[in-house]
Write a protein that binds this ligand. Structure first.
Ligand SMILES: [Zn+2]
Length: 61
């Protein structure tokens, strides 16, 4: 029996032509991405900033 070890690559790094192992997954409304640690943090910061802006806008309205 042949054993295939699957390594999931970071989707963001893939786009840049780099192969990096994904350590985290991001899932939003049915879409999902596998991300390396670096990109995971990047996306997290992006969403955190996005939600903070939304909340500030909603509160001041
Ligand atoms: Zn990456």
């Amino acid at each position: 029996m042949r054993k295939v070890i699957e390594v999931t690559h970071c989707d963001a790094c893939d786009k840049k032509g780099e192969e990096r192992e994904a350590t985290t997954a991001l899932s939003v409304a049915g879409e999902s991405w596998d991300l390396c640690n670096e990109h995971g943090l990047k996306f997290r910061d992006y969403f955190v900033a996005l939600f903070n802006t939304e909340m500030t806008t909603a509160q001041s309205a």
